[in-house]
Design a protein around this ligand. Sequence first.
Ligand SMILES: [Zn+2]
Ligand SMILES: [Zn+2]
Length: 147
Amino acid sequence: MIIMQFRTIRTALDREGNIVRASELTPRSRGTWSCRSCHSVLRLCWTYDNGGYFEHDLEVAENIVLKHCEYLLTSSDKSPSLFTQAVSEILQRTEPLPKVPSSKDYFCVLCNHAYYGLRKCPYCLNSLYSTETALRDTQTIPKKWAI
Ligand SMILES: [Zn+2]
Ligand SMILES: [Zn+2]
């Protein structure tokens, strides 16, 4: 069986053919609503987060009719499911791993000494006066350290 997925339906037709907005209804609203596109029977659904919306009553509606409903998502214009949305949101939020101290080229201005490794000058055993060589304008590095 093919699972049909529809866009969220927020408006429907009531028995008199008037447009009804799910937002104007309450979870207790009772009525007969039909799809504005395919005129199939709609059920009023309610979620705590998103409020009311309509869903085709798939048990009643004819598949052949639903196939032509404009709310039907075809595989090509399928919007990402809530699940994939949540996943991609998490992925976007994921921050780079905490920085582990990495070996770099440093230059201690106090000792006038260039070294490679963790930021701690082997002469003064201090990191305060060390700068990353990469961040310095190479022009300012004393000649003897310039390659
Ligand atoms: Zn429909
Ligand atoms: Zn030093």
